[in-house]
Design a binder for this molecule. Structure first.
Ligand SMILES: N[C@@H](CCC(=O)N[C@@H](CS)C(=O)NCC(=O)O)C(=O)O
Length: 220
């Protein structure tokens, strides 16, 4: 029986909050979603800045369950990768048991944070996130070059027919990298190889991902 905590997630499946929602579903946790409207600036209200001083989502409010030994009451977690690790450790799941595989998982998480996501995010910032006066069009081809190089690396890993990045077992790296690949594909950025495309299809067939995507309201 998975340990139950009460979670409140600020974010949604349409931004980096999706990683956390998907992880909560994989862990069979109960949670509520507060979908801040980022283009209306709801992430910069004084109330939210108290939770995340960076004014960004996701942020996860954790109310410990009655059986937990806690000194400090509610806890607020920020930074999507750190939130994923904290959830995996808290629920003792989604991380491999062997230290060699755990190291591979850490490497892939770091790869996503430092190689895969940055060119995608830089491209997004310079295409529609920043106000026009801050955008630099000339940076986009370099973003595409870097993102494609990262995609090619993942394609090579998956080309031996494995189901998930670490082999047969689904892990935290599949959530973090999988959500980033889905984000890139929704932006039609980079060219996905056949193995990556099949991998995304496999991830989307997971019941936890389907429950997670069902949290998107029809208005979006
Ligand atoms: N490093 C942070 C990045 C968070 C981030 O940039 N979130 C975006 C949405 S995906 C955001 O809240 N943007 C609003 C803003 O920058 O005003 C993480 O991984 O959690």
């Amino acid at each position: 029986m998975p340990k139950q905590c009460t979670y409140t997630l600020y974010g949604s499946m349409l931004n980096r909050g999706g990683r956390v929602i998907w992880a909560l579903e994989e862990l069979e946790q109960k949670y509520e979603i507060i979908d801040l409207q980022l283009f209306k600036g709801e992430q910069r209200t004084p109330e939210f800045l108290q939770l995340n001083p960076h004014g960004k989502v996701p942020a996860l409010l954790v109310k410990p369950s009655a059986d937990e030994q806690v000194d400090s009451g509610n806890e607020i977690l920020i930074e999507s990768m750190a939130i994923l690790y904290t959830l995996a450790e808290r629920h003792q799941a989604l991380l491999p048991n062997s230290s060699a595989e755990r190291a591979q998982c850490h490497q892939l998480m770091a790869y996503c944070a430092t190689e895969l996501e940055p060119p995608l995010w830089t491209q997004a910032k310079h295409s529609f996130v920043y106000p026009e006066k801050r955008r630099v069009d000339a940076i986009i081809p370099s973003c595409l070059f870097e993102y494609q190089r990262a995609l090619n690396y993942l394609e090579a890993i998956l080309s031996d027919g494995r189901s998930y990045l670490l082999g047969d077992d689904f892990s935290l790296a599949d959530i973090y990298i999988g959500q980033t690949l889905m984000w890139g594909r929704s932006r039609k950025f980079g060219e996905l190889g056949e193995c990556c495309a099949k991998y995304i299809k496999r991830l989307k067939s997971r019941p936890a991902w389907q429950r997670a995507i069902a949290t998107v309201s029809p208005q979006n």
